[in-house]
Design a protein around this ligand. Structure first.
Ligand SMILES: Cc1ncc(COP(=O)(O)O)c(C=O)c1O
Ligand SMILES: [Zn+2]
Length: 400
């Protein structure tokens, strides 16, 4: 792993070697950051180096692990100017392999798992990370052991099974899935690729930060709105901005980082409002945005610290606001977003109304996944709002 200098604990600063697989800091359980020798990379690695490189996340190879990528073409997704709001961009992560931004993190994690010679990978997931692990594990000929809540969107289960993964549906939430993986991994010989419990998913997700800057012409926006579950993308993008400053690609300016969650599971906004450095477990978490149903984020302290340092904010939106935003985006922008992604629009509306953002601010909204993965959930909502009987015309059921 020539390019990696070491892994660094986000709690105690301890350095670990990346020559063998690592998980979290053995002393304090802190999340580990991959560190590179950016000062020497700076000599030759410049934005001009990227010209002509393939439009995927591995174009930033110098700041990614030095291993043969397990790639399905992830990353370099469109940055679409909003048709409704000037200065707003929609980063459409729904166009990634497996239909969500989880592809980035799992491409990097599986790349490294393969490089380390690991054979069996396990993941607790709200759904999309499971699909991504299953796909990349298939591409790398590794075993994937998936634990998801039994009410995940149907697409996630069908995808995982199609990719040949071992799927267990759990009567509980992602936190229950994580407990089961934790209990069984040693006996089963699984390597746990849980969010932030292995260092490379973060490396994949950080490429969103590089792309935002590159696609805006090496400027950072005034704001980034990120639908937050475990917060990996938000943390990763912040890490990318720090790296880019050290490389001399951007200055010290940073976007206001915004974490949006659903009011049915909002541990980060609650901690933010209470001014706490850690978030409490959110009991009875419920939201139709499956990826935001994360009652406790392992990297809560990192997320809250970034929100503070960036002059950002955490806020929640209701499921009704999410569904309204989802339909609105589809009709106005031609973007069929995942409910999680639609939460970014709902948050932007609120932050414009409150004056947090002005019409002049350049703001990037992350649509983290495709609505096509949520047909059962979206159809279910429509049925609730509009009972089938009222849509029945001469025996033909149709909404139009
Ligand atoms: C579509 C979608 N958006 C957002 C999230 C939250 O991502 P993160 O854990 O990086 O905060 C998820 C997680 O499952 C997701 O599937
Ligand atoms: Zn530590």
């Amino acid at each position: 792993m020539a390019r990696i200098a070491h892994l660094e604990c986000t709690k105690c600063g301890a350095n670990l070697s990346a020559d063998t697989p690592q998980t979290i800091c053995p002393k304090d359980g802190g999340v580990l950051y991959v560190r590179y020798d950016l000062a020497s990379l700076k000599q030759n690695f410049t934005p001009a180096s990227l010209a002509g490189r393939a439009p995927n996340m591995w174009r930033y190879a110098e700041v990614l692990p030095d291993a043969e990528p397990v790639s399905l073409g992830e990353g370099f997704t469109p940055m679409l100017p909003s048709r409704e709001f000037p200065n707003v961009y929609i980063k459409d992560e729904g166009l990634n392999p497996t239909g969500s931004f989880k592809a980035r993190g799992l491409s990097a994690a599986v790349t490294m798992a393969k490089a380390y010679g690991l054979k069996k990978l396990a993941i607790p997931s709200a759904g999309n990370a499971a699909s991504a692990l299953a796909a990349y594990a298939a591409a790398a000929a590794l075993e994937a052991h998936i634990f998801m809540p039994k009410d995940v969107p149907q697409a996630n289960r069908v995808e995982c099974e199609s990719y040949g993964a071992h799927v267990t549906l759990v009567d509980g939430l992602i936190s229950d899935c994580a407990r089961i993986v934790g209990e069984r991994r040693e006996k089963e010989g699984w390597f746990d690729v849980s969010t932030l419990k292995e260092p490379f998913r973060l490396e994949g997700k950080k490429t969103m930060g590089y792309e935002v800057a590159e696609q805006l012409g090496w400027r950072v926006p005034q704001g980034i709105i990120y639908p937050t579950g475990g917060g990996v993308g938000l943390i990763g993008m912040w890490k990318a901005f720090e790296e880019m400053e050290k490389l001399g690609w951007i200055g010290s300016e940073r976007p206001h980082m915004v974490a949006v969650q659903s009011s049915g599971c909002a541990p980060i906004p609650k901690a933010w409002d209470e001014g706490k450095p850690n978030a409490e477990f959110w009991p009875h978490a419920t939201t139709l945005a499956a990826g935001l149903r994360v009652p406790q984020a392992y990297g809560d302290y990192v997320i809250l610290d970034i929100l503070k340092k960036s002059g950002g904010v955490a806020l929640s939106v209701t499921d009704e606001e999410i569904m309204d935003a989802l339909r609105h985006w589809a009709r106005v922008e031609g973007i069929f977003a995942a409910p999680e992604g639609a939460a970014a629009l709902a948050a932007y509306r609120k932050l414009r109304a409150s004056g947090f953002f002005s019409a002049d601010d350049t703001v990037v909204l992350f649509n983290t996944g495709s609505g096509l993965k949520y047909l059962d959930i979206i159809e279910g909502q429509k049925m609730q709002a509009e009972p089938p009987a009222s849509r029945q015309i001469g025996g033909i059921i149709g909404p139009y």
